[in-house]
Design a protein around this ligand. Structure first.
Ligand code: XMP
Length: 521
């Protein structure tokens, strides 16, 4: 049994929109349990099994007039539950219920648009149009040309005469715009109204989740032992504390110190988990093993693979000594689990081989405990707060598995790592002092493999250049550069050059993602 079966559930049928995940996040923020499933998987049998209390049909890149364009099963409209169609979902709904969709010629609309009310009341629109037209975000080529029987128009925009339509008797609603994005400022209200119409009670809260999760971990694990790889990141930390609450000392954490951690990081993690929470913790001090293996390895992929391979070996050795261990705990999140809609069918290109412990459970004969599988990152943070983890831990920027190795382009040496650690610490200290830490998704220093000439006092210097990076992002998939003030940057550069021996030049990386990646390797 999982959490889902104990809550009212909403089904989001995904047609491949870039923003489908945002729909789920909006609903979760409204304390509602929902799941995203690709349209290919949503069969009649699936629907019966899932028993949603409401359905949302997402947007997507396909075109309804095209032969073979994706459809949900007709049964979606026979469940007797409210259905909301968004963008492509709106068009597919209209086509399947007897309306007509036309290819966009001259009616395409992308970006901000204003929607006007037609004046008729509609339960979905409670709180809308109170102060005139509403701003929404449009992104469509095709458009609805004739409404399905039973539907009426409740909102229009210059490019979409059928911007908001509904069949109020059957509780079918269809909007051409995206209420889930920030550019539709009042979008949350639409979702709240939809949930109210469907009878959701807001029973999905992290307080309740914590108690249920603890019960379920106990049920799953019994009196067996569990190993948890602790990285110091939010996900594995929350998973560890949650599991420890459930089964106490049946849990042992393994913290692999690969010599590529930041300043003070090992002390912070061991202090927190071993000393504060009293969780049995193995601190695997394997710095030499990793750094020796990385000697003379400048290639980024080679570095990542070396670290990944060693990490698994080390983890296996230490974890293998825990007698009776039958489970491996992982901080897998919902976005890792959602299957994405693939129209091309081909695998996507590998940009970087990510570091994880995949394959380890089978090799060691371990079963998985993944108590965060149903949560988004913000929910994990909230759960962390429920569990009393300090804010400093919960709000931490992500740190990659290969650590400083990928922030030190080219060959790594112990000396370079020491310089990088100091520079990074000064930079983060600056960010915290200026109160900017929580505005930034990720910030770090990278040590460049070039030495440059400088002048300090009366002498010539020939030292390394360092690059600072800070980005904003929602999920790490895309990122914008954080716009520090000029004063902040110059003050930070001065501090780094004065306080860190070995660096005589500081640059700020102003590349967004894409085309850059967040890390340097
Ligand atoms: P990139 O550099 O690909 O990074 O733009 C996107 C996000 O992923 C993190 N990252 C990793 N995290 N193992 C991890 O656990 C890895 O191997 C890894 N590589 C990159 C990166 O820090 C950023 O948050």
């Amino acid at each position: 049994m999982d959490h889902a079966t104990q809550h009212d559930r909403l089904l989001i049928v995904d047609f491949g929109s870039q923003v489908t995940q945002l729909i789920a996040r909006r609903l979760r923020e409204l304390d509602t349990y929902c799941e995203i499933h690709p349209f290919q998987n949503v069969t009649e049998a699936f629907l019966r099994d899932f028993a949603p209390k409401a359905v949302i049909l997402s947007g997507g890149p396909a075109s309804v007039p095209d032969a073979g364009s994706p459809r949900p099963p007709q049964a979606v409209f026979e469940l007797g539950v409210p259905v909301l169609g968004i963008c492509y979902g709106q068009q597919v709904m209209m086509a399947m219920l007897g309306g007509r969709v036309e290819r966009g010629e001259g009616t395409a609309e992308f970006g901000r648009a204003m929607v006007n009310a037609t004046g008729k009341p509609l339960d979905l629109l409670e709180g809308w149009f109170a102060e005139g037209p509403e701003q929404v975000w449009m992104s469509h080529g095709d458009h609805v040309a004739a409404l399905a029987p039973g539907f009426e128009v409740f909102g229009t925009s210059p490019g979409a005469p059928f911007a908001i339509t509904a069949d109020p008797a059957r509780h079918f609603y269809a909007v051409q715009f995206h209420p889930e994005v920030h550019h539709t400022p009042n979008g949350r209200q639409l979702y709240a109204n939809f949930l109210k119409i469907a009878g959701f009670t807001g029973d999905w809260t992290m307080g309740a989740y914590r108690d249920e999760a603890i019960r379920m971990i106990r049920e799953q694990v019994g009196d067996a032992k569990v190993i948890c790889g602790l990285s110091g990141g939010v996900d594995s930390s929350v998973a560890a504390v949650l599991i420890h609450e459930a089964i106490g000392d049946q849990l042992t954490c393994v913290f692999v110190d690969h010599g590529l951690l930041r300043e003070g990081e090992a002390e912070e993690v061991t202090g927190m988990f071993r000393d504060h929470y009293n969780i049995p913790l193995i601190h695997a001090e394997e710095q030499d093993r990793f750094l020796d293996a990385l000697e003379g390895v400048p290639d980024p992929e080679e570095k990542r693979k070396t670290i990944g391979r060693l990490f698994i070996d080390v983890f296996q050795e230490h974890a293998g000594r825990i007698e009776g261990a039958a489970f491996l705990a992982q901080g897998t999140l919902y976005p890792d689990v959602i299957e994405s809609v693939s129209f091309s069918g081909g695998p996507s290109v590998t940009i970087k081989s990510h570091h994880n412990v995949g394959g380890l459970p089978e090799k060691m004969g371990l079963k998985l405990v993944e108590p965060l599988r149903e949560l988004f990152k913000d929910e994990v943070r909230e759960l962390g707060r429920e569990l009393g983890l300090p804010e400093r831990f919960i709000g931490r920027h992500p740190f990659p598995g290969p650590g400083l190795a990928i922030r030190c382009p080219g060959e790594i040496t112990r000396d370079k790592l020491a310089i990088l650690r100091r520079a990074d610490a000064v930079y983060i200290d600056q960010i915290r002092r200026h109160g900017l830490y929580d505005e930034i998704w990720q910030a770090f220093a990278a040590l460049l493999p070039v030495r440059t000439v400088g002048v300090m006092g009366d002498g010539r210097t020939y030292d390394y250049a360092c690059a600072l990076r800070a980005v904003t992002s929602v999920d790490g998939m895309t990122a914008d550069v954080y716009p520090f003030s000029h004063d902040f940057l110059t003050e930070t550069a001065t501090r780094i050059i004065n306080e860190v021996r070995g660096i005589n030049r500081v640059t700020y990386d102003i590349t967004s993602k894409p085309p850059g990646t967040i890390e340097w390797e």
